[in-house]
Write a protein that binds this ligand. Structure first.
Ligand SMILES: NC(=O)C1=CN([C@@H]2O[C@H](COP(=O)(O)OP(=O)(O)OC[C@H]3O[C@@H](n4cnc5c(N)ncnc54)[C@H](O)[C@@H]3O)[C@@H](O)[C@H]2O)C=CC1
Ligand SMILES: CC(C)CC(=O)C(=O)O
Ligand SMILES: [Mg+2]
Length: 352
């Protein structure tokens, strides 16, 4: 790829700006002297902006972001339970709005246990799987309501929306992803024994699409059992496809077993290319460590690798991944600052 990539940057809240700073250093280093350049526009959005202005994200912001080729996001949201943010709904009004409006129906979350990483698991084995999380449906769409709020008889509903169209397109993406991987396995994770309507749609869709992919071995796990196997035998997974909520939960667990949430990267993909895809660490704004300079920027840097790969800049993507892998292999248990990790990755990029 030759030319200029228009990159929207949303550093966000808490550790978001800290890790995005390091990710942008890595992006600059890996594209230095190449034929592609990144023209960045920063968008000041998140809880901090809301507290200042009362505004979460305007239609103009959304339109401006949509006019870019790709998005890099840190994390948004304040401290859970912060009374000043009650009702602001930063996550829904900003993060989910971006995912929904930009039709990021594939939320890609790779998990790799890099050599040198200490996993809390006794025998993690060779962990390398890709979780394909549906990104625009499920219980996150805001189809809910409450009555008798604040009374002992309050009733609150949060409906999980699953459409045939939405499920099929993400399932197809997951099969294609499994096809491109050597082990060619796909695991559907759901809760079909209880969530029978949505579960049936997911199961029937996987069964129907599987016919077109005879080389893929397909299996199924209930989500509760999936949490067991992620801990006892994560090496069994290759591609996992699941809904928005289960995918959210399982990928924090996946981060925890593979070296920590500070290593877990993700891409919110609009495979049709109609809208810019958005890359971000799996973690949140981590208010408990924000401002201390100790957040691990690796997930944000690996999200840059996913961004580069998505743009077809495969060689640069691989260099970033190799630099991170080399850094991880040697970091041991040393406590390093956010910028020390970023600098170490940049130094390795220079040598690759
Ligand atoms: N994509 C996003 O923007 C996301 C935003 N959030 C928001 O972030 C805020 C905090 O949410 P939490 O549930 O506390 O989840 P969190 O992921 O921010 O933090 C959970 C734990 O992981 C640690 N952690 C997270 N990232 C780390 C890193 N890079 N290096 C080292 N440690 C790290 C934190 O210190 C904390 O102990 C909330 O407002 C939440 O809604 C949560 C998840 C994703
Ligand atoms: C606000 C949440 C939907 C963000 C999150 O936890 C995630 O995408 O992993
Ligand atoms: Mg999450």
């Amino acid at each position: 790829m030759v030319g200029t990539v228009r990159l929207a940057v949303i550093p966000g809240d808490g550790i978001g700006p800290e890790v995005v700073g390091e990710a942008l250093k890595a992006l600059a280093a890996v594209t230095d002297g190449s034929e592609v350049s990144f023209q960045q526009t920063e968008f000041s959005l998140g809880a901090a902006r809301y507290l200042e202005t009362g505004d979460v994200m305007s239609d103009d912001d959304l339109a401006a972001i949509a006019g870019h080729d790709a998005i890099l996001l840190g994390a948004v949201g304040g401290a859970p339970g912060d009374p000043r943010l009650l009702g602001a709904n930063i996550e829904r009004g900003l993060l989910l709005k971006l995912r929904f409006e930009l039709d990021h129906y594939v939320n890609l979350r790779p998990t790799v246990l890099y050599p040198g990483v200490t996993s809390p698991l006794a025998a993690p084995g060779d962990v390398d799987f890709l979780l394909v999380r549906e990104g625009t449906e499920g219980p996150y769409v805001g189809n809910g309501g409450a009555i008798r709020v604040g009374t002992p008889h309050e009733v609150a509903n949060e409906v999980s929306v699953n459409t045939g169209y939405g499920v099929e397109r993400v399932v197809r993406y997951a099969f294609a992803a499994a096809s491109a991987r050597p082990r060619k396995r796909l695991t559907l994770v759901h809760k079909t024994n209880v969530l029978v309507f949505a579960g049936s749609l997911w199961k029937r869709t996987v069964d129907a699409v599987a016919v077109e992919f005879p080389d893929i071995t397909v299996d199924y796990l209930h989500v509760d059992a999936a949490t067991i196997f992620l801990v006892t035998d994560p090496a069994r997974f290759d591609v996992i496809v699941t809904d928005n909520l289960f995918g959210d939960i399982l990928t924090d667990l996946a981060g925890a077993i593979s070296g920590g949430i500070g290593l877990a990267a993700s891409g919110n993909i609009n495979p049709d290319g109609r809208f810019p895809s958005m890359f971000e660490p799996v973690h949140g704004s981590a208010p408990d460590i924000a401002g201390k300079g100790i957040a691990d920027p690796t997930a944000a840097i690996l999200s840059v690798a996913l961004l580069l790969e998505h743009l077809g800049l495969t060689e640069q993507a691989q260099r970033v991944t190799r630099a991170v892998a080399a850094d991880i292999a040697e970091r041991g248990d040393a406590k390093r600052s956010t910028s020390e990790v970023g600098d170490a990755v940049v130094a390795r990029l220079g040598a690759l």
